[in-house]
Design a protein around this ligand. Structure first.
Ligand code: SAM
Length: 264
């Protein structure tokens, strides 16, 4: 009798674990809404409660455990492994990250603005490819995320190349030249909340932060999606725009990056 009870409890726990660990993640990876609901809502809350820590803190733990200090590529690899094997997180990810790398390497920018730092994954990717004396300013309005990102960037040995500024993009963009001594940006990586892409692009134009040849690279233009922004950069004669098809980070859901060259 007791044996039967113990076996059925163990069997039930094994089924639940298999559902949580493999079956549901595999089932939701083709569906944008379900994937975000599962990873970003259910799993994150569950693990936050069970571990009394936050996802960024757990990601930082994985970096400290698995990446080599001063080696940016090992930091990127440790985060990708954490996100593929343990917990999904909203970094640009390995697949779209390769497109980001190729744009950075082609442009060889001296000044870069990143909108949306989160844990510093894309910051590390970009900064590790910049030429000497180049400057990357990254904006993050969540102080908890910013605190983790600073440690991730420092672990990668890139703190001298990166200026992480805490605050909202809409407040900081108009202060770029006066407070941060940057007149124009060669590259802007837009990866903050999606409803800010268009207003912040217009704000950068108004503030004269874009020059002929400046590149806007926008993440998540399909998932969660930025329809007004896409319509604007694709229709405007001031931009030459190109879509790079890919997948939402660590899933099989379609997503992509939009590269838009400012024509002046
Ligand atoms: C998708 S995550 C950024 C991911 C990061 N670029 C990467 O690939 O590793 C978006 C981040 O933007 C931040 N954010 C959203 N809107 C913002 C705004 N208006 N100003 C500053 N940060 C913002 C959020 O707090 C969040 O951390």
């Amino acid at each position: 009798m007791w044996h039967a009870l113990i076996y059925s409890c163990a069997g039930g726990a094994a089924v639940l674990y298999a559902l949580y660990r493999w079956v549901i993640p595999a089932a939701v990876q083709y569906h944008a809404g379900l994937a975000l609901l599962w990873h970003d809502y259910f799993v994150e809350r569950l693990l936050d409660t069970l571990t009394q820590s936050t996802r960024p803190q757990r990601l930082l733990g994985a970096v400290k455990k698995n990446a080599t200090r001063g080696d940016p590529r090992s930091v990127v690899k440790a985060i990708d492994q954490f996100c593929r094997q343990k917990e999904w997180a909203m970094n640009v990810g390995d697949e779209k990250g390769c497109i980001l790398d190729s744009v950075v390497s082609e442009l060889n920018p001296a000044t870069v603005l990143e909108l949306g730092t989160y844990c510093g994954y894309s910051t590390v990717r970009i900064a590790s490819m910049l030429p000497p004396h180049a400057k990357l300013i990254t904006l993050e309005f969540n102080p908890d995320y910013a605190a983790v990102a600073r440690q991730v960037i420092a672990w990668a040995g890139l703190e001298d190349k990166v200026q992480l500024v805490e605050g909202a993009s809409g407040d900081l963009i108009p202060k770029m030249s006066e407070q941060f001594e940057v007149e124009t940006f060669d590259l802007v990586f837009l990866d903050h909340w999606k409803d800010r892409y268009l207003p912040d692009t217009k704000l950068m134009e108004e503030c004269g932060l874009l020059k002929k040849g400046s590149v806007l690279l926008a993440d998540n233009v399909i998932c969660p999606g930025t329809p007004e922004y896409l319509e604007y950069v694709r229709a405007s004669p001031r931009y030459e725009s190109q879509y790079f098809r890919s997948h939402l980070e660590y899933t099989k859901v379609e997503d992509g990056l939009e590269k838009s060259v400012f024509l002046g």
